[in-house]
Design a protein around this ligand. Sequence first.
Ligand SMILES: [Zn+2]
Length: 100
Amino acid sequence: MKLEEFEIGVRPVQCGCCDYFSLAERGRCLVCPVCFWEDDYDCVSNERICVETRSDINRDLTLREARENFKVFGAWHSEFSEVVISKKERDTLRYEPRYI
Ligand SMILES: [Zn+2]
């Protein structure tokens, strides 16, 4: 998919899975263009990130599992590795890796 197909906004927040600033805001279950994780407020709020909480909207994976998958497949699940945005588009987004 193309980055323009996603809602990023002017001051995006950081994805809990891939660590790119790729989501317009929290609490709306927005899909991340970089890794395809659906932003789950149970896992990531503005105050905290819970890597062991199972996300029912992301097939009951935890963020820890999803983050590992992203490193391997370039998406939170192998199924989405071909539909995420290109590396070129990805590189236009702010990125701050977290080691959690
Ligand atoms: Zn992401």
